[in-house]
Design a protein around this ligand. Structure first.
Ligand SMILES: C[S@@+](CC[C@H](N)C(=O)[O-])C[C@H]1O[C@@H](n2cnc3c(N)ncnc32)[C@H](O)[C@@H]1O
Length: 387
């Protein structure tokens, strides 16, 4: 066993604002050590097995990076030199293609395209000297992804071990209007604490993301199981046997509950059913093309997450009265259940007419959203005080 494998190495899992804590819990459960919560990221320590597991199992990670270079830099010459002196030949074999992604918060360097170009030049020059040939750049489907982060004058260059973003689970074959990012949907579910204890409702399901992610959580199916490839599989030290063992050790749970996914739009239900079949969870989901307003009474205590139109990307006439009608339906049909609603329309959210017991802030793409929890009491005082 080499030294790095013995002592492990540091990894950074990137996520969305508000999901850092649930991601840290997921990493802890997988066996990550020295966990540190950052802004939209979690750092942790582990070995190669944990790296593979993280890519396969983490529901709320967008990508897993291995930081290779961390250095202060003053100008583009420093940038070039720091990148060129790193031993890239350890990570990029001769003949492999390469892409660079840069994220800049710096007054010295304002152009991320320029930073990507200088980084690329330095890596290409280093590898040409070592191998006698230049690696090619392929921005659409590269073998190796390199991630550059410049905060002020602090440069971090990392190997992106995931490749395409981990929200690309591989099951989405059909889109509805304004689909949720899969990582955000999984995070929204984990933030509620639900892991399959009750039935689950996604009554404005669109393309079905919340219901499908809920089924994957309830059945303990890793979200990466449908992906054809991860970035780390192109690494010169990729251990195919170890990855196969990790893949083979996945144990699905036989889950007896039901997920109820519905939508007023028939094409949306068709899309949701197609995606659920792709994810092999269609048997766990009851699909219905019905309006939420007028929803039948839910008999069992359940969990519901509602992602209604916000009146921004989707035009929704009379959005305030629509949100009021959502509240009326909840009071009538979801007594005893816990319900979470996400919306960027915080004004409309106030008209649900129920007092939120918790208010979180999440971002659905660029839209800042309230994510509010409502505990729907069943009306009797006994039920209210003895829950
Ligand atoms: C923001 S989209 C949901 C996107 C979904 N979470 C996804 O990941 O694809 C809102 C959905 O609410 C549905 N909708 C609008 N009014 C509805 C109603 N009265 N009852 C049920 N669904 C409704 C729309 O058809 C649309 O699919």
């Amino acid at each position: 066993m080499d030294k790095q494998a013995e002592i492990g190495f540091r990894m950074t899992a990137k996520t969305f604002h508000g999901l850092e804590e649930v991601l840290a819990d997921e990493i802890r459960e997988l066996g990550g050590k020295d966990i540190q919560i950052l802004n939209r990221a979690v750092q942790f320590q582990g070995d190669k097995g944990l790296l593979y597991k993280s890519n396969l199992h983490l529901r709320t990670a967008i990508r897993i990076l291995i930081p290779l270079i961390e250095a202060p830099i003053k100008n583009q010459i420093d940038l070039y030199n720091r990148v060129r002196e790193y031993e890239w030949e350890k990570h990029i074999e001769s003949g492999k293609t390469l892409a660079i992604d840069s994220f800049i918060h710096s007054s010295t360097f304002s152009n991320s395209h320029f930073v990507s170009l200088r980084t690329k030049d330095a890596i290409v020059d280093r590898l040409r000297d070592k191998f006698g040939r230049r690696p090619s750049i392929n921005t659409t489907n590269p073998d190796v992804f390199v991630n550059v982060h410049l905060s002020g004058n602090n440069l971090t260059v990392s190997l992106d071990t995931s490749g395409p973003s981990l929200h690309k689970r591989g099951y989405r074959k059909a889109d509805g209007p304004a689909p949720l990012n899969e990582v955000l949907a999984a995070g929204m579910i984990l933030l509620t604490g639900w892991k399959g204890e009750t039935d689950f409702y996604d009554p404005m399901c669109g393309s079905g993301t919340l219901g499908i992610e809920a089924a994957l959580i309830a059945r303990k199916i890793p979200p990466g199981i449908f992906r054809k490839q991860f970035g780390f599989e192109n690494s010169p030290d990729f251990d195919a046997g170890l990855f196969e063992d990790i893949f083979d050790s996945v144990e699905e749970r036989n889950w007896e509950g039901t997920i109820f996914s519905s939508d007023i739009s028939k094409p949306a239900i068709q899309a949701a059913m197609k995606n659920a079949r792709e994810a092999s969870v269609h048997k766990n989901i009851n699909f219905r093309g019905v309006s939420f307003l007028g929803y039948p009474v839910v008999e069992k205590t359940s969990m519901a997450i509602i992602n209604p139109p916000y009146g921004q990307r989707i035009l929704q006439p009379e959005i305030i009265s629509f949100y009021k009608a959502i509240g009326d339906t909840l009071k009538r049909s979801f007594k005893g259940s816990k319900v979470w609603i996400i919306s960027s329309n915080t004004d409309a959210l106030k008209h649900v007419g129920l007092k939120p017991s918790s208010k979180l802030v999440l971002f659905n793409g660029p839209l800042e959203c309230g994510y509010h929890r409502f505990d729907i009491y069943d009306g009797s005082k006994k039920a209210k005080y003895q829950q």
